[in-house]
Design a protein around this ligand. Structure first.
Ligand SMILES: Cc1cc2nc3c(=O)[nH]c(=O)nc-3n(C[C@H](O)[C@H](O)[C@H](O)COP(=O)(O)OP(=O)(O)OC[C@H]3O[C@@H](n4cnc5c(N)ncnc54)[C@H](O)[C@@H]3O)c2cc1C
Length: 394
């Protein structure tokens, strides 16, 4: 039978399935509740033949040579530097907000004077979280810097965050730090060492990772239909028969423990796809609308995939409340009380491991209730694999 069961076929589950089967020749069963592999990184060709990302735009970037080299075994790459524009007062400006954005929004003389002040206080090329910029501007008591910081905060960050999370940014740990203000002319959204898109898309990459006769994949199946875990005794049965081995779980941790400590909240999204009879629709791969409309951003997939096609498909992204079993859990909500609740589940997982003959590994954005980039989660999975080998657990 199977040595390893993996719940979920996103990067967390697929990297571990690939390593365990290819390196250690383990027999792996992947159970996936969706009708496809790839988790949230899944892409597909729509009816017009355009490659689109079903769960929102996924741009690959990493500073880890190990992650980049690992993925390169399964894909060729198209070099790609991601650029995002935000619509501010009717003008499209680069995001993260940088010196080019400043000059686009203010008269040249005002922009020049603000640039000199910013560079004097922070240094050219610095990446400053907006709340830090606001705080320092306040402390300096500089009227011009203060009004710039407030303008950027409100026009670029505040309304976007309120729309996205329905919460004020101050309540959300670390969210504003993800996109700093940049004191340079670099219009790139990311500054990671490796930035590229998989040449034939993510789903093809996943197929190549999982192409091993020792890996079986069960789609359209919630793991609870075929696998039972007694969370008090640690006993496991698979297809109705006792089973022990390694169980890699990448689904929501609260669901695993039957919501014993209550639900972990998420934000959800709705994507409305439109195909237009023009070659290009936007001026960048992603355009943000912080202050107008109900959607937060529009993505034009051809600008990510470099596909040649007379038509173009875009996705409008609408933030939604997460309703279990109705829509998808996308972003863990990083409030203190949620992180505390997650710790209760994490402790429960530790206790379960202490008494069970099966080794349980909770990994990935849902099982660890954490915002991870693809690179983060791949690195986590590679490290977990090394730990498993080192601990002689297999
Ligand atoms: C809108 C959006 C945009 C993003 N953009 C980027 C980006 O540009 N760049 C980047 O690096 N990262 C991006 N990310 C993050 C990226 O999606 C995650 O890092 C990645 O998906 C994490 O992989 P994972 O395996 O942990 O989770 P997932 O990919 O979500 O995989 C988990 C899998 O488990 C399955 N599952 C859940 N419950 C069960 C169950 N009960 N039974 C069976 N299967 C189950 C799910 O169906 C899913 O397939 C983005 C995320 C979102 C939401």
């Amino acid at each position: 039978m199977f040595d390893v069961v993996v719940v979920g076929s996103g990067f967390a589950g697929s990297v571990l399935a690939e390593r365990l089967s290819n390196v250690l020749r383990k027999r792996v069963l992947i159970i996936e509740k969706r009708p496809h592999i790839g988790g949230n990184s899944y892409d597909y060709y729509n009816e017009e033949g355009l490659l689109v990302h079903k769960y929102g735009p996924h741009v690959f970037r990493t500073n880890s040579k190990e992650v980049f080299e690992y993925l390169s075994k399964f894909t060729e790459w198209i070099p790609y530097q991601h650029k995002v524009l935000a619509n501010i007062n009717g003008t499209k400006v680069p995001v993260p907000f940088n010196l080019n954005s400043l000059y686009k929004l203010f008269p040249a003389e005002t922009a020049r004077s603000l640039e000199l002040k910013l560079v004097k206080h922070f240094g050219y090329g610095t990446r400053i979280p907006i709340l830090k910029l606001k705080k320092v501007a306040d402390e300096l008591g500089d009227k011009d810097l203060k009004s710039l910081a407030n303008f950027v905060y409100e026009k670029v960050y505040l309304n976007y965050t309120l729309k996205q999370w329905e919460e004020s940014p101050e309540e959300l740990i670390g969210v504003l730090d993800r996109v700093p203000v940049v004191l340079s002319r670099d219009n790139r959204y990311f500054n990671d060492k490796y930035q590229a898109m998989p040449k034939y898309g993510y789903t093809t990459l996943f197929y190549k990772m999982l192409l091993n006769p020792n890996i079986k994949i069960l789609l359209n199946t919630d793991y609870k239909e075929v696998l039972e875990v007694d969370i008090d005794t640690g006993e496991v049965s698979l297809f109705g028969k006792p089973w022990k081995g390694i169980l890699i779980y990448t689904g929501p941790i609260d669901y695993f423990f039957d919501y014993e400590f209550g639900e972990l909240p998420y934000r959800s999204l709705e994507f409305k796809f439109e195909t237009y009879n023009v070659e290009y629709f936007l001026d960048a791969a992603v355009e943000n609308y912080p202050n107008e409309y109900d959607f937060t951003r529009i993505t034009e997939f051809k600008r990510l995939t470099f596909q040649k096609h007379p038509k173009t498909t875009v996705a409008y992204e609408y933030p939604r409340k997460y309703i279990p079993s109705k829509n998808e859990p996308y972003y863990p909500i990083p409030r203190k009380e949620n992180l505390r609740r997650y710790q209760l589940y994490n402790e429960r997982a530790r206790l379960l491991n202490n008494k069970s003959k099966t080794r349980f590994i909770f990994i990935g954005r849902l099982a660890e209730y954490k915002y991870y980039t693809m690179s983060d989660v791949i690195q986590r999975a590679l490290d977990e694999f090394k730990k498993l080998m080192g601990a002689n657990k297999i």
